[in-house]
Each structure stands twice: as structure tokens, then as C-alpha cells.
Design a protein around this ligand. Structure first.
Ligand code: GLU
Length: 294
């Protein structure tokens, strides 16, 4: 893996639908904090899920991003995850070379029921079964019992124990598709990402991603910032349908990009009014959202 020379972050959308205000909030966070810290920003299209990602969504995503004024900056690059298979294969070989990967034949039904509100934790049923690693087997990586402690910019100190939270991670499914958790870590390492800015819905993934990073020999001194999400009146995350209309519909109805950015900033609570938000004001706006700032 290359040494990190530029401080770099990324915006990593999945083209599984049209961009909505939730995505715009993430863009404000990524480009705003990148301005504050003078980071390069990559745009990485995470199209690893072949069933849900569609070429028309990818084309629309590129249009929407350009219209909203977000593009790679300070030496940032575009990339598309489906072109990174060779990276993923090499990383998989590295983990299997250490005896960390095993084939799993369990179906969802074989998993113990998850306590309400929690995710299912895989109990390691196939760990010692020695099933061959065929192209159509689900592959899992053994996690060791470790507590990961990291500071999150918005949420403060976090402690996560992935082995007890989700158990051994699936890294490739039985259709040969690498999973989000694996692909995102391999890409973040290969791209030299040292600052991860994304929505709070991915906070629980951080410990397992740190563990994968470390198993892959990567530096775990990464800076994390999990930004607040737009929530409904009941304080819960809004579903995609409630975050509608998509950005493209607002644009077609005559909204300006500055007004759409301002609406997202207002909905997430970073701006008291839904007025225009210029790109030049993003750094100042995001700096004010950091804990401990007025
Ligand atoms: N592709 C993921 C998503 O759209 C984001 C991944 C990340 O930022 O780690 O939710």
C-alpha cells in the first residue's frame, strides 16, 4: 500500500437511486471540512452491489454532482469501485495467506436471532469446518476480540468491539461480489485516505473497518467525522422517500444549486434558515458545526 503523502478524504456515493438531500448534507460535510483542513477530495463511486447499482443512476449522479458544484479538489480524483477488482483480489489473497479467511455455508436462517434493534452477530459456525474456498462460496474473515477506541469529530470518543457486534465479517458473497465493508477499506487504504467524513448511520461500521485495515497492514490512525443526519420530527433518520424530492426534481422545478445546498444545511440544523448557501461559505459553515465552536 502507498505511503500517505497528501491529506485526503473522499465522497463515496453508491449509484442505487437519485441523489437526495441526505446526500447533499454529506457533500456539505465533506467539501466544507476539506476546506477547513485543506484536504484533497476524491469522488469514488461505490458500485460494488451489482444488483442495486444501475448505469443510469451513475450518469445522473455525475450530472447532479456537477450541477451542485462538487468535484474533486486539491489533487482529488474520480474513481469507480467496479474497476478495482484486482485490488480486492490482492487484498483477499493477503488475508487468506495469513489463514484468516474461511468459506461459510450458513444461510441467514442459521444465524441466531438478533436482539431487537441490534444486528445479528455471526457465531463462527463454519470457522473450523475447512470448507474449500471456491468462487461460489461466501467468504468470511476471522476477527479477533479487540476493542477499537477512536475519536469522532462530532461524536467524541467511541469504543467498538466488532467481534461481539457483528462477528466474522463477510468479505465476498456467494455471487463473487466483494462486500461494502471490505471494498471500502481496501479502497481507502489504496487511495491513501486519512480522513473519513460520512453520515452517522455508518458509525457502527467503523470498528470493523479499523480491524480490517489493521489485518491488511494499514495505518489505523485515521481521522473520523460522522456527521448528523437529517431527521424527522420524532428524531429518527428519514427514509429515502421522505428525503425526496430528488435533487434533479428541485433543479427541474427552477431551484438554484445554492438554494438546494441551503435547504440541506437547514434541514440538518447547520443553518437556521433555508436560504442560499454559496460554495465559498461552506468552510465557515462547517467550522461552526464542530463541537466546541460557537
Ligand atoms: N457508499 C456508502 C454509501 O453510499 C458510503 C461509504 C462510506 O462513506 O464509507 O452509503
Amino acid at each position: 500500500m502507498p505511503t500517505i503523502t497528501t491529506r485526503r478524504t473522499r465522497f463515496a456515493p453508491s449509484p442505487t437511486g437519485r441523489l437526495h438531500l441526505g446526500h447533499v448534507t454529506s457533500m456539505l460535510a465533506v467539501w466544507g471540512l476539506a476546506e477547513v483542513w485543506q484536504l484533497a477530495v476524491d469522488i469514488r463511486i461505490e458500485d460494488h452491489d451489482r444488483q442495486r447499482c444501475r448505469p443510469e443512476y451513475l450518469a445522473a449522479l455525475r450530472d447532479d454532482l456537477a450541477w451542485l458544484g462538487f468535484q474533486p479538489v486539491r489533487g482529488g480524483r474520480w474513481s469507480v469501485q467496479s474497476e478495482h477488482t484486482a485490488r480486492f483480489d490482492t487484498a483477499l489473497d493477503r488475508l487468506s495467506g495469513q489463514g484468516l479467511v474461511y468459506a461459510c455455508r450458513c444461510s441467514r436462517r442459521d444465524l441466531p436471532p438478533a436482539p431487537s434493534g441490534a444486528e445479528a452477530c455471526y457465531p463462527g459456525t463454519c470457522r473450523e469446518r475447512g470448507w474449500p474456498l471456491t468462487p461460489d462460496s461466501t467468504l468470511r474473515v476471522r476477527l479477533v476480540e479487540t476493542e477499537w477506541v477512536f475519536d469522532d469529530l462530532w461524536r467524541g470518543e467511541q469504543r467498538q468491539r466488532p467481534a461481539g457486534q457483528c462477528g466474522d465479517l463477510v468479505i465476498r458473497d456467494r455471487h463473487g461480489q466483494y462486500t461494502y465493508q471490505f471494498a471500502v477499506v481496501v479502497d481507502d487504504l489504496a487511495d491513501g485516505i486519512d480522513t473519513i467524513i460520512r453520515g452517522a448511520d455508518l458509525l457502527d461500521s467503523t470498528g470493523r473497518q479499523l480491524q480490517l485495515r489493521s489485518l491488511l497492514g494499514g495505518d489505523t490512525a485515521v481521522r473520523f467525522a460522522h456527521h448528523p443526519l437529517i431527521v424527522g420530527p420524532d428524531g429518527r433518520k428519514l427514509s429515502k422517500s421522505l428525503l425526496s424530492p430528488p435533487v434533479a426534481e428541485l433543479r427541474d422545478a427552477g431551484w438554484s444549486a445554492a438554494r438546494v445546498r441551503g435547504l440541506a444545511a437547514e434541514r440538518v440544523g447547520w443553518q437556521s434558515q433555508p436560504g442560499d448557501l454559496s460554495l465559498a461559505d461552506l468552510g465557515r459553515l462547517l467550522e461552526r458545526t464542530l463541537p466546541g465552536r460557537p
